[in-house]
Design a protein. Structure first.
Length: 557
């Protein structure tokens, strides 16, 4: 009787030579991990920034050299390089990832080239330093030592606050200069050119650029007079090889990858009042949101020559507001999930379309783009719509599912990053209170002839300003945490809503089903027969506010 051979993994374990090799490898790994592991953070404010000592490559080189001199390990996975302004904190993705690594204990040291590379805001810097200290990490800078004494912290704050104030002054002067130029009836000289025009920087007016202006006129005629849709306009322009507005930005050197027209560019042209000769500036804030009309600045007539007459422009606006087509399309081809299906591959919306054999399907809109289809599979419309409605009915008839989902959210708790930021802000406020107490005691005991009392007063004023910044940031985070807590406590209203609607589900027609799916904010992510549905239960309150009682199911083929 033969003895069966051992499996390979057991045979390896019984080999003395292999065991010794594994032991040596483990010992070396342990010795290696005894050395501190550093995370390097490098930042510039703009892609073209090449100041001495602040370029990304220079920063990384000097930070690596500093880590080597001090015996720190540097893992490529913990080198964080980004292009972002130093006056922001929570919006920087790379810094957020580094802070997460510190909280998880993945790095023991944070190395940056200089303080202003890590943050230009003393409040934000205090949050980062406090968070690192709380989790046992050390923050070091290559070009300057970091004094952790109370006096050093105060001096660092004063320096940082002065830099922040100077940056704000520069921004304010720049904005004031731009506004003064606009008020003098001259357009600004920054930003890209408006399609169809070129700026005359001497007299502050726009001049017609005929190779592009003729395209603008043609777009308005197609849309307002011939009622050509925006998708058809895009196909015509791309088919004729007309360069789009983005070509003027000078970022496309490879002709094989040159940009193409898209619907967003057509819509921006159609709603731009400058094309009828009306020049309006200061319409948008720094994040692209439309400001109230009271804040707009209208420039004199003649600053921008009209490319189309006012009646044609107004006809285009009227056609834009009335050309949604949703009701007409649903009457002709009643797709239940029109506008609610998203491609799993590329994230674009999937549009309903009949196949040649008459079967209704949803297909990704990427097939209409110049880059071509994304590769996602067609989705059978009838099966998807039936499954989606069944899941919605199942949810509304079983509100306990909502209760279970909300209980899961309650068990998971709020965003851990918000909690960590809250702790860091609270610790920073406590430290400021200690510094303020020391300065007040010094203020009462100091001899005015020996120590300048005015300096103490200024430092106390700076601490009050920092406390105000920290308190405002803390209030914002606490509001987000309170909103999360409120959402998980609203499951009672969500269950009442489900119970009320479930009584009439059997009598719903197509339009009533559509309204129900819209009220539930239904979104279906699909690819072939792989479907995932998400939604939320609206509150039974005036105003139609949506609660965060989210839910979802997967259906995998």
């Amino acid at each position: 009787m033969s003895v069966p051979s051992l499996p390979n993994h057991l045979a390896l374990r019984q080999s003395p030579e292999k065991t010794a090799d594994q032991t040596n490898t483990t010992r070396k790994a342990k010795l290696r991990h005894k050395r501190p592991l550093a995370g390097l953070y490098c930042r510039v404010s703009s892609p073209g920034q090449e100041e001495d000592g602040t370029s990304l490559d220079t920063q990384e080189t000097r930070c690596r050299h500093y880590a080597t001199e001090h015996g720190y390990l540097v893992d490529d996975a913990h080198i964080y390089r980004e292009v972002y302004t130093g006056t922001e904190l929570w919006e920087r993705p790379k810094l957020t990832a580094l802070r997460s690594a510190i909280r998880q204990g993945a790095v023991t040291h944070l190395i940056a080239y200089a303080i202003d590379r890590l943050s230009r805001d003393p409040v934000h810097l205090g949050v980062i330093l406090s968070e690192a200290e709380h989790h046992g990490a050390v923050v070091e800078f290559v070009s300057e030592p970091l004094d952790h004494s109370p006096e050093g912290q105060l001096i660092r704050f004063v320096r940082g606050y002065a830099a922040l104030v100077e940056a704000e002054k520069i921004r304010e002067r720049s904005v004031r200069g731009k506004r003064a130029r606009l008020q003098d009836g001259k357009i600004h000289n920054f930003g890209t050119e408006l399609y169809g025009y070129r700026r005359n920087k001497v007299n502050g007016k726009r001049e017609v650029y005929e190779p592009e202006s003729c395209i603008v006129r043609q777009i308005f005629r197609w849309y307002a007079e011939e009622k050509v849709g925006t998708r058809s306009i895009v196909r015509r322009l791309n088919g004729q090889g007309v360069p789009p507005p983005s070509i003027s930005k000078g970022l496309w050197q490879d002709l094989e990858r040159r940009p193409y027209w898209n619907q967003g560019q057509i819509h921006r042209i159609l709603r731009e009042p400058a094309y009828k000769g009306l020049t309006i500036s200061w319409r948008y804030d720094k994040v692209g949101r439309l400001k109230p009309e009271t804040e707009w600045l209208s420039l004199p007539e003649g600053v921008t020559p009209a490319l189309v007459d006012s009646p044609l422009w107004e006809a285009a606006q009227k056609h834009r507001t009335s050309n949604t087509g949703a009701q007409t399309r649903n009457q002709a081809r009643p797709y239940l999930l029109r506008g609610m299906v998203v491609c799993e591959v590329c994230g674009r919306k999937m549009r309903p379309s009949p196949e040649s054999r008459g079967r209704l399907i949803y297909r990704c809109s990427s097939r209409e783009t110049p880059s071509g289809p994304c590769g996602s599979r067609r989705v059978p419309a009838a099966d998807l719509e039936q499954w989606t409605w069944e899941q919605v009915c199942h949810l509304l008839r079983n509100p306990s599912l909502i209760a279970a989902e909300l209980e899961r959210q309650r068990q998971e708790g709020p965003d851990q990053r918000l909690l960590a930021d809250k702790d860091a802000l609270q610790r920073s406020l406590a430290k400021l209170a200690q510094q303020q107490s020391k300065l007040l005691r010094l203020f009462r005991e100091v001899d005015e002839e020996v120590y300048p009392v005015d300096l103490i007063k200024r430092e106390l004023a700076q601490i009050e300003k920092e406390k105000a910044h920290l308190t405002a940031a803390l209030t914002q985070i606490e509001a987000q945490l309170a909103a999360w807590q409120l959402s998980v406590e609203r499951w009672g209203a969500a269950m009442d809503y489900c119970w009320t609607v479930a009584q009439n589900l059997e009598t719903f027609d197509h339009h009533e089903k559509r309204r129900m799916l819209e009220a539930l904010a239904i979104k279906v992510v699909a690819n072939g027969r792989d479907w995932r549905i998400k939604g939320s239960i609206p509150e039974d309150e005036p105003g139609g506010i949506m609660s965060q009682a989210s839910w979802g199911w997967d259906r995998l083929a």
